[in-house]
Every structure is written in structure tokens, then in C-alpha cells.
Design a protein around this ligand. Structure first.
Ligand code: TXA
Ligand code: MG
Length: 539
């Protein structure tokens, strides 16, 4: 078959719609990635899509419509669907709903549900409108390879296998849509994307599907069947490197010395530290990373690199989606650089009882680095920390000694200043933590716990084997803080108000411990975590 290359003109879009009406396939741009479209009500089109992509037919397709109300024809909607579409659509969000009979099971991989998406890209919208029917469209790549973010990628994968491609330039976002299913009044994330957990949680309660971080278990059918395959992957093996960034870069440099053809993906900030024929750079900011990732992964298919090592980006905001695609691209293949013992990050709100849990980990043999204590221990007269603080906040240091009250009065009422202070302190604290962990490993510890309320803000999650969040209800936390620090309930509440809510920890941590029911039950939970993340046992 000869593939037709079309432009974003009224005439070409009409032509494309004509192809769809005759049961053909057209690839088209969306704000996320290019889709491979066919008539969503025609099972023969679905069959052609699976064949062209080489995709297993149990992996369902997303149907694309123009307005929220259009879903009524194809699916059984509900209140949450309308809340979500009102807040985020048109846009990069896909919602799973019970399907109506008009959608053949060939489209939904045999499921009784259908995934519905309302793209915002003007070309996608004009095309769907012209077709007059919902368009079933997976990403327009060969199954398993990185999704296409420009027409040239579609051509590379599907030329001669589909009827036409509409060229709409580069996709804005570059990663596929966020997928949610609706369960018990909450939106449960099956695939993270540009509509982030924080954004969703402002509109409806949010949950996270277990499959997001775990290596897929062959015996269990995942909620979004597509998530079980090695995905987004170049043809050569990809390894994600976790560990202190400096050491990761050092490790990469070693690998380059051994073989100059080694593929390396690091950050723009590393440009002066590492270079080579197959070295590429992700932008430092998460949005830029989302944008560049697939194109960059794809570029390794044309290189002579035998394998690729890649840095681990931070996991918050859209960074979570970038991280998710990278874990899939690597087939969950991660190497730790620096120390080899597992490191469990421990974080949570004030008063959640993190320290109690850290103590239990210590009883079970963990080396525990308490970042709060480390910070306070670094504030002595004329210390490097005190000097660094003085440079930015001169009024808070007199004769080399820090006036902690003056400093906290200045920063705790001013978010920007607090950010600046954190920027100064986090780096120094983490360097100290890293030194201590290296020593702990030498001393024979089998694993370590890093207790840090600002773990995510400091970007330390990227260095952890797993992150555990500790949560407790607000009443319990307020009571604990008033008793511990001797302050009023009002003040305790004010202190808590600026902190992340429980949803944040549920979304970003690998697991959450509820700590409001007494100490006894905590031991079992800690042991479960140790078994899973330190000894790799299934739980
Ligand atoms: O951004 C996007 O969503 C792009 C553009 C083209 O819209 N499309 C896309 O489609 O990424 P695809 O087929 O590459 O990924 C669809 C994912 C798969 O993981 C599939 O398993 C899941 O959605 N999915 C589809 N229908 C589902 C359903 N009824 N229940 C659960 N998961 C479903
Ligand atoms: Mg895909």
C-alpha cells in the first residue's frame, strides 16, 4: 500500500475523513503523540489497526471525540467523568467508562469498558469532526517502540502499512495522555501523563494503580493491558541509573572509556562533564524532558550504540510520567551507583510519626540517616552550612553563629525565601547523607533508611530503592505536635497547612504506612517493606 502524506489543509482533512469513512487508517497529530486512527464503531478498522502496529489484540484502543457530551453515544458516563472533562478537556486525559454496544469488542480488547479521550490539538479536532464518528486511535508506532511525536517518526514505523498521515508538526507534550479509571468516586491513575496527580486531586479524589511502579507480574492481567508490555523502548537495552548524580555521571564516564559507542542519556547541565558520539542530553526541566524523551530514545535506533545508560529524573509533577516511561523503556532494569545496599526513603507530614517508624527500621538492622538531625548538626559556628546561609541571609548570622529564630521568622512566612533556603541546605545535607551511607555500607549495614520530610523537594527520591510515606489523620498529627513542641493547636494546624496532603504521598510514594492506630501494627508493615524492597520477596 502506498501511504499518502497529507497536510493540515481543509482539503487534505476532508480527504483523510473520506479514507476513514471507507474503513481505512489515517495517522494524525494530537497534543500528546501521533495517533493511528480508524472508525471506532467498525471492527474491521480495529483489526487493521492491530495488524499495522503489530499489536496484540487484547490491548484496547482509546476512542477520540470532540466534546464531553459526544461520549453519551459510545459509553455510560457519570458525574466524575463530567467533573474531569470540565476541568481538563479538551486535553491530555483519557477516562475509562463502561462501553455501549455501538463500540465493538474488537476495539476494547474484549473488555466491557472503553477509554475515552477529547484531544485539544486543532488538527485532531478538525479531523474527528470531519469524520463524524469517534476515532479509535492508539499511538501511531510499531507496537513496543517509542510513541511518535512527529510525522517523520510515523513514517519510519508505518510507511506502506497505513493509508495516510496528516503532518501537523511536532506534538506539544510528547508523552501519551494520563489514563484514569473511576472507582468508588475516585479517579485511579493507570498511566501518568501531563494531567498530573496534583491537578486531578484538586477536582476529585485520586488513587494510583499498583501497576505503576511494579514490574508486571506475568500471571496478573493489569488494569490497562497495554502497560504490561515492554514499551517506549529503543531496540537496544536501556538501563536506568539511580544514585547521587555526580556518581552516576562518573559511572557513565567510565562506561564511555570502556566503549566510546556506549549510549548515554544525561542532563543539559552535564554537557561540560560528559560528551561523546552517542551521548545525548535531556533538558533539566520536567516539561522539556517529557517533550524530548521519545525522540531521544528513538534516535538510538539509528545509532551504533550497543546499549544506553540513562539518568533517573525526579518523580514529581509531569516528571512522574517521564519516570514511568523510562522504567518501561528499560523493562524495569535499574542499576544503583555509589552504594549497593538498598536505600528506603522515609517521608511524610509533621506529626505523622516518621521517627517512630525510623526507630523500628533501626531495630530491624537499618542504618538510619535523620536529615533533620543532620541539618541541625551542620549549623555550628562558621560551618560550611552557616556560611552558605550567611551569603544569602546575612542578617541571620552574627560572628559566624546562626540566629535560628531570625532565619525562621524571615523564611516561614515567605514561600520564595523558604525555597531559596531549601536550595542552599538540601544540597549540603544530601552530600552529608551520601557520605554517611557510603560509610554505613562499609561498616556492614545491609540497608539504609533516609528520614527526610523534604525528600521529594530535594530530589532525593531518585536515589532511593523505594520511598515510604507516613500518614496519619489531622487530629492525631495536631495532638502529637502540640505535645511534642509545646505549641497551641492553632499553631500546629498552621504549620501543617503548608504541607502536602495525604493524596500527595499516596501518589508519589511506593507505599504508605498509616500511623494512627498504635505502634504494634507498625512492625508487621515495616517487615513487609523490608522483605519487599531489601530482600526482593513478593508480598
Ligand atoms: O495520548 C494518548 O493517549 C495517545 C493519543 C494518540 O491519543 N494514545 C495512546 O494510545 O497512547 P495507546 O493505544 O498507545 O495506549 C492506550 C492505553 C493502553 O495501555 C491500553 O491498555 C489502555 O490505554 N486502555 C485502553 N482501553 C482501556 C480500557 N478499556 N481499560 C483499561 N485500559 C485501557
Ligand atoms: Mg502506545
Amino acid at each position: 500500500m502506498k501511504t499518502l502524506y497529507l497536510k493540515n489543509t481543509e482539503n487534505d482533512i476532508k480527504k483523510a475523513a473520506g479514507i476513514i469513512k471507507k474503513g481505512g487508517l489515517v495517522a494524525f497529530p494530537t497534543e500528546t503523540v501521533y495517533g493511528l486512527g480508524g472508525d471506532a464503531t467498525d471492527e474491521r478498522s480495529a483489526g487493521k489497526i492491530y495488524a499495522a502496529k503489530g499489536r496484540p489484540s487484547d490491548n484496547p484502543l482509546i476512542i477520540h471525540i470532540c466534546k464531553a457530551g459526544d461520549a453519551e453515544k459510545y459509553a455510560v458516563t457519570n458525574e466524575i467523568y463530567y467533573k474531569l472533562t470540565k476541568a481538563f478537556c479538551p486535553g491530555p486525559l483519557t477516562i475509562i467508562l463502561p462501553k455501549k454496544d455501538i463500540i465493538p469488542k474488537a476495539v476494547t480488547g474484549g473488555l466491557e469498558t472503553v477509554a475515552v479521550r477529547i484531544p485539544s490539538h486543532p488538527v485532531a479536532r478538525a479531523f474527528i469532526e470531519a469524520c463524524g464518528v469517534a476515532i479509535a486511535a492508539p499511538s501511531a508506532n510499531v507496537s513496543g517502540s517509542p510513541s511518535p511525536t512527529e510525522a517523520a517518526h510515523v513514517k519510519a514505523d508505518l510507511d506502506g502499512r497505513i493509508d495516510a498521515v496528516i503532518d501537523g508538526g511536532k506534538c506539544d507534550i510528547g508523552l501519551e495522555s494520563t489514563i484514569v479509571k473511576i472507582k468508588d468516586g475516585a479517579a485511579v491513575i493507570l498511566r501518568p501523563g501531563a494531567v498530573t496527580e496534583e491537578m486531578l486531586s484538586k477536582v476529585v479524589p485520586v488513587g494510583r494503580d499498583k501497576s505503576l511502579f511494579d514490574k508486571p507480574d506475568d500471571s496478573v492481567r493489569p488494569e490497562a493491558p497495554g502497560m504490561k508490555y515492554r514499551h517506549y523502548a529503543p531496540k537496544i537495552p536501556v538501563t536506568l541509573l539511580k544514585g547521587p548524580h555526580g556518581l552516576v555521571i562518573g559511572f557513565m564516564a567510565e562506561k564511555l572509556k570502556e566503549d566510546e559507542k556506549t549510549g548515554i542519556i544525561c542532563l543539559s547541565d552535564d554537557k561540560d562533564k560528559i560528551y561523546g558520539k552517542n551521548v545525548s542530553y535531556l533538558p533539566n526541566d520536567p516539561l522539556g524532558q517529557a517533550n524530548a524523551l521519545f525522540s531521544l530514545l528513538r534516535s538510538y535506533d539509528e545509532s551504533d550504540a550497543p546499549r544506553v545508560y540513562c539518568v533517573t529524573p525526579p518523580r514529581t509533577g509531569i516528571g512522574f510520567a517521564v519516570y514511568n516511561r523510562l522504567t518501561k523503556a528499560s523493562g524495569f532494569n535499574t542499576e544503583y551507583v555509589g552504594i549497593t545496599i538498598p536505600v528506603i526513603g522515609l517521608t511524610g507530614q509533621s506529626g505523622s510519626g516518621k521517627s517512630t517508624i525510623a526507630e523500628i527500621f533501626a531495630e530491624r538492622g537499618a542504618y538510619v540517616a535523620d536529615c533533620d538531625a543532620i541539618y541541625h548538626g551542620m549549623l555550628y559556628k562558621n560551618s560550611p552550612m552557616t556560611e552558605a546561609i550567611e551569603k544569602r541571609f546575612p542578617f541571620a548570622v552574627t560572628d559566624g553563629a546562626l540566629d535560628r529564630k531570625a532565619l525562621s521568622d524571615a523564611v516561614f512566612s515567605d514561600k520564595e525565601k523558604l525555597k531559596e533556603l531549601n536550595f542552599i541546605t538540601h544540597g549540603l545535607i544530601l552530600d552529608e547523607v551520601r557520605d554517611r551511607l557510603i560509610k554505613a555500607e562499609r561498616d556492614g549495614y545491609k540497608f539504609a533508611v533516609v528520614d527526610a520530610s523534604q525528600l521529594f523537594e530535594a530530589g532525593y527520591d531518585a536515589e532511593c530503592t523505594a520511598v515510604v510515606g507516613v500518614c496519619a489523620d489531622e487530629k492525631t498529627r495536631v495532638k502529637r505536635i502540640t505535645e511534642r513542641d509545646g505549641i497551641s493547636g492553632e499553631k500546629a494546624k498552621a504549620r501543617l497547612s503548608g504541607q502536602h496532603n495525604e493524596d500527595f504521598f499516596r501518589v508519589y510514594c511506593d507505599c504508605v504506612i498509616e500511623n494512627d492506630k498504635g505502634v504494634e501494627q507498625l512492625y508487621g508493615k515495616v517487615d513487609e517493606i523490608i522483605n519487599k524492597y531489601v530482600y526482593g520477596k513478593k508480598i
